[in-house]
Ligand binder design. Sequence first.
Ligand code: UD1
Length: 362
Amino acid sequence: MRHVVHVVGARPNYMKVAPLMDALRDVVGLRQVLVNTGQHYDEAMSGVFLKELGLPVPDRNLDVGSGSHAVQTAKVMIAFENVCVEEKPDLVVVVGDVNSTLAAAVVTSKLHIPVAHVEAGLRSFDRTMPEEINRILTDQVSDLLLTSSRDAGDNLMREGIQASRIRFVGNIMIDSLLRHLPLAQFERIRERVPVREGEYAVLTLHRPSNVDDRFAFLSILRALGEIGRAMPIVFPVHPRTRARIEELGLQQWLEHVTMTAPMGYLDFLSLVAHARLVLTDSGGLQEETTVLRIPCLTLRNNTERPVTISHGTNRLVGGDTDAILAGFAEALAARPDGRVPDLWDGQTAQRIAHEMRALLSI
Ligand code: UD1
């Protein structure tokens, strides 16, 4: 019997692991173990995703919670080392670029257990982003690097990673999106947000570089004030952002914005799929809007997902008030006729399962 341990911890992880566990479910001679680090712990940030995406109840909860980067990463490392010693996995699967991803990958590789990294090779080339450090280091210690776009493979080879460790498999998050899209009807959210189908903007904002600094946050809020006069804005607020709005006393700048609690996977997919446009600093949402062909204004100066610009509907506008307003005007003037990138086809989990079976010889 082979043991595969999957690690989840934060909101953007669940939709990447669910299709893979599903694809491996019926493999004879394979036992899957789900470990939830608890980096995110609110029901709205974690529990609802486990349920809606059909993930099993985690076999292990590490309950690490919030903390500084060092504290959070160290707590996952200590707890995850015990899991590895007890479970003796033949393979550990980590996804994305959150602190839990890096912590689990480092521990696993030092125990000489193979690590597979799903969503390997993405690079923003901005080392002030904590996720960029997590990406670079996770990839260096991973044995199987599963990439979602061809540029990611190029990035890895530039960093000295052998081509034999890299597999271009496509974007697994899109497997979850395509599977759940038929359930994402506008009716799901109509009662809760006072907007008309196709006539509103969706906003998400949580990067430290945008919300921890008053000047940077205000520059975005000024643009939102203008945009809010042209079109309703719905803003499901990340807990970190809600805390900053209160600390920095910025509530009055959000009068034109409909703020809601963080949404579950299906509600949020419904909200985005029926929007006129999206404003965000999220990584995953740049990809989801590309597949949904919804214009996306990314409130950052760089992206680790350039294919969403070259192929998709994404446009980088940064955080400057005028640049955001210019991007908004352009996005309204012409609907982007984006293409869906290669292998973002809903079959990525099957391709990854194939690679993992080969690695485990089953
Ligand atoms: C983390 C990831 C980021 C990802 C984001 C998605 C890292 C370095 N960052 O950022 O890549 O885009 O998740 O959400 O791993 N909090 C709660 N309840 C929760 C979780 C967080 O109240 O369930 C609050 C706490 O005040 C916490 C803060 O949010 O200190 C930040 O949480 P943390 O997990 O450190 O980082 P995120 O900003 O969520």
